[in-house]
Design a protein around this ligand. Structure first.
Ligand SMILES: *Cc1c(COP(=O)(O)O)cnc(C)c1O
Length: 389
């Protein structure tokens, strides 16, 4: 047995050296600093198994509240709490195949689709046919239809807020295709789900994120723009029948069944998400959406003034840019040496910034200042000896 004091000290050292969203150093991740009410709720219900809503009825109460509250944004009333976008996407395709009997084994999705759909297809032995799409833009609806006609998929997945660039696929057009051809349309709004409805309300984006009328399922992450602790996602279904197909009989469980892909799971995450949702409130999410778009504009404007940087157009607060002087690995390293963590935008050989609720104007300004500094010097002069900020 190790001494408690030593263990606590080591824990503290590990915590200290771990990047913290609130200091603005985490600039590429879609995760955020969890809301304090959510953190408290999580700690309090750490012992609760989310897979056993009979023994721990707080889980079903909070899940119902979440599905009802968040679901209103998309006109959805059936849904389930998951561990995040990956579980939601795998579960959505699983339900699609379980309920669309007799179809073939093909899933059609734009080439920008999230890697979790590849996982789902490989797990289920499905064939994923990718529709070529601009890596930074939405898929072309006409091309999507051509692929649907050619491959007769049992499911199509489109994305509202792609991972690399925040592009939004044409939801309404895809929903019309789903009604016409009868496939299960899953909309992956893991990132975009808690910003797009508010941008639409303010006339900043014309996309109707909804469930029903062609959209069979939709996934939204609470641990991204929802501000809840990890792991937390929601998967909405068009009706209770689809939701039912996400459940298995498990005679030993008090409820006789177990829903979703996990067994024992963090019940604290369900309670935390529900209380975060209520603490932030719809108006809080709405304000956040508008604020992040303003920050995105400031960052985009700033990037365009830096010589040697090319900034790409954006739809949601995900900014993709490329250095004309340095390769992305080198630039990412230079920034990391100065304490800033960005992600790659591989399709354009650049980097990306995901603006999240914890970001402030000063974080954007610091990034711009560092990028300008790095680009003022010739690439040959850049060494590892640059002092950290
Ligand atoms: C984040 C994300 C996922 C995966 O979600 P996790 O919560 O990381 O499992 C899937 N699709 C999209 C579009 C995402 O942004």
């Amino acid at each position: 047995m190790e001494g408690l004091n030593e263990l606590l000290e080591e824990l503290e050292r590990m915590y200290e050296r771990t990047p913290k969203h609130v200091d603005g150093s985490v600039l590429g991740s879609m995760t955020t600093w969890p809301h304090p009410v959510g953190v408290l709720a999580f700690l309090k219900f750490m012992h609760v198994n989310g897979g056993d809503p009979e023994t721990f009825d707080v889980v079903s109460e909070c899940e119902r509240g979440l599905v009802e509250g968040v679901g209103k944004l998309y006109g959805a009333s059936a849904g389930i709490h998951t561990s995040g976008g990956t579980e939601s996407n795998i579960l959505a395709l699983f339900v699609a195949r379980r309920t669309r009997k007799g179809g073939n084994n093909v899933v059609v999705a734009p080439s920008t689709v999230h890697v979790s759909i590849e996982k789902a297809c490989e797990l289920m032995g499905c064939r994923l046919v990718k529709v070529p799409a601009d890596p930074l833009g939405p898929v072309d609806a006409g091309l999507l239809e051509r692929y649907v006609r050619e491959h007769s998929p049992f499911a199509v997945v489109i994305t509202a807020g792609t991972t690399e660039a925040g592009a939004v696929d044409p939801v309404e057009e895809a929903a019309e295709l789903a009604e016409k051809y009868g496939f299960h349309l899953h909309v992956d709004a893991a990132y975009g789900g808690l910003i797009i409805p508010f941008l639409r309300k303010h006339g900043l984006l014309d996309v109707d994120l909804r469930v029903g009328r062609g959209v069979a399922s939709l996934s939204v992450d609470m641990h991204k723009l929802g501000g809840a602790p990890i792991p937390s996602g929601l998967l909405f279904f068009e009706d209770d029948e689809l939701l039912e197909a996400a459940c298995f009989r498990a005679a030993y469980m008090p409820s006789g069944r177990i829903c979703g892909l996990l067994g024992t799971r963090p019940g604290g995450a369900v309670v935390a998400s529900y209380f975060t949702w209520r603490a932030v409130g719809v108006s809080g999410y709405e304000n956040n959406a508008l604020r992040l778009m303003e920050l995105a504009k400031a960052l985009h404007d700033g990037l365009r003034t830096i010589e040697g940087i090319e900034a790409f157009p954006y739809t949601l607060p995900i900014l993709v840019f490329r250095s004309k002087l340095m390769d992305p690995e080198e630039l990412a390293r230079e920034l990391r040496n100065r304490g800033l963590h960005l992600y790659r935008a591989p399709s354009v050989g650049g980097l990306r910034v995901v603006l999240m609720p914890h970001h402030q104007r000063k974080h954007v300004d610091r990034l711009l200042k560092l990028l300008a500094e790095i680009h003022q010097r010739s690439p040959g002069n850049l060494g590892g000896s640059t002092p950290a900020l």
